[in-house]
Design a protein around this ligand. Structure first.
Ligand SMILES: NC(=O)c1ccc[n+]([C@@H]2O[C@H](COP(=O)([O-])OP(=O)(O)OC[C@H]3O[C@@H](n4cnc5c(N)ncnc54)[C@H](O)[C@@H]3O)[C@@H](O)[C@H]2O)c1
Length: 340
């Protein structure tokens, strides 16, 4: 069986989507849509497919079985809904959208059209992170007590200047938290469960953007665990994302996508060393090592074939946006905010 894919966006991450798609046998790129004619012509020349600046015409192109959305985050729902209504499966980049209200409309549209909806959170398929998830689920860390998660990244001024939608409330929905921090917010919710209370502060300290370039939050999980979370794009030169999780049975430390310490009372089997991510996410938005995206796409294609949920479906993808909304809300209020 051949899967025909339509790519939406045509910028930085669409290049990663194209390379990931081409690495999978039985996958063909049929069409590429974007507002920048030069970029989509170059992508089609390199990876195949018909270029379309007209989104409606792109949706009518056949054959297409699914679309991968790599446009500005505030367009994901509108474009995903239009694709779903044409009977196309939808795999969208993180975040699912910039608000839960819009995410809900997309989730409902996919349900009504009986198409699969997936959200790209490639961390969920990384080998060490899956290993850590298994340890948590098996109780190897014991009762979860404390998490310290730091996304101290750096983006140069050109990152915002070259794509004017970034750091805007209308199309990015915020800044360092919703764009960069969202990967780790998703990870914390996936590993530790729901958050019930939040205290937070945000600031625009370095970059000339409308939204925050720095966010700090204190999290109270439903399990009783407490957490502290930082996310920034202003920390030169940028450091690997770090997550330290402590439970009653010991501590595990993750750096980027690697377990660098597993100090547990009951020593688990050795972690795999293969297929770790080579992206320099701490300092660039370019995802040149596309294996994480390839794994997400392979999983999504299998989900379609076997009619099962993908690694991160619409409702799972909504969770990080719900918590991010609560963090933004808490940052505007002096007291704690109870999440909904
Ligand atoms: N999973 C990851 O690791 C990862 C990494 C980077 C980006 N992303 C996500 O991918 C999406 C795109 O990010 P990017 O870095 O590729 O951005 P980008 O600016 O490089 O690309 C976005 C493309 O969308 C096109 N576009 C279509 N309609 C537009 C409009 N109305 N206004 C502006 N541009 C429009 C632009 O031509 C541009 O080429 C975002 O949702 C982002 O969060 C995910």
């Amino acid at each position: 069986m051949t899967f025909h894919i339509g790519l939406i966006g045509g910028g930085n991450i669409t290049e990663t989507h194209a390379r990931a798609a081409r690495a999978i046998p039985g996958v063909e790129i049929s069409a590429i849509n974007g507002t920048n004619a030069e970029k989509i012509a170059r992508l089609c020349c390199e990876h195949g497919g018909t270029p379309y600046q007209d989104f409606a015409a792109f949706l009518k192109h056949r054959p297409i079985d699914l679309v991968i959305i790599g446009s500005p985050s505030g367009l994901h729902a509108t474009q995903g809904i239009a694709a779903a209504r044409q009977g196309l499966h939808v795999l969208t980049e993180k975040p699912i959208e910039i608000s839960t209200a819009r995410a809900d409309i997309l989730i409902e549209a996919a349900k009504q059209s009986k198409v699969h909806l997936g959200v790209i959170f490639q961390d969920r398929l990384k080998p060490h992170i899956r290993q850590l998830k298994n340890w948590v689920d098996q109780g190897l860390l014991g009762k979860l007590l404390l998490v310290d998660a730091r996304v101290k990244w750096y983006r140069p001024p050109e990152y915002y200047a070259s794509s004017r939608w970034r750091g805007t409330l209308a199309l990015d929905g915020g800044g360092a938290l919703i764009n960069q921090g969202v990967h780790t917010v998703d990870l914390l919710l996936w590993l530790l469960g729901d958050v019930v209370r939040v205290q937070a502060r945000t600031a625009t300290q370095l970059h000339k953007i409308e939204a925050e370039d720095t966010a700090v939050a204190i999290l109270e999980f439903a399990s009783g665990a407490l957490g502290i979370f930082h996310s920034t794009t202003a920390d030169y030169p940028g450091y690997p994302r770090r997550v330290e999780i402590s439970g009653s049975e010991g501590t595990v430390i993750l750096e980027h996508d690697r377990i660098i310490a597993a100090n547990l009372r009951n020593t688990p089997a050795a972690t795999e060393s293969a297929a770790l991510d080579e992206n320099q996410s701490a300092s660039t938005a370019v995802v040149s090592d596309f294996r994480g995206h390839q794994a997400v796409l392979e999983d999504f294609l299998q989900a379609i074939q076997h009619n099962r949920a993908p690694a991160c479906d619409g409702l799972e993808g909504r969770r990080s946006i719900a918590l991010i909304e609560s963090i933004y809300c808490a940052a505007k209020t002096p007291d704690r905010v109870v999440t909904v």
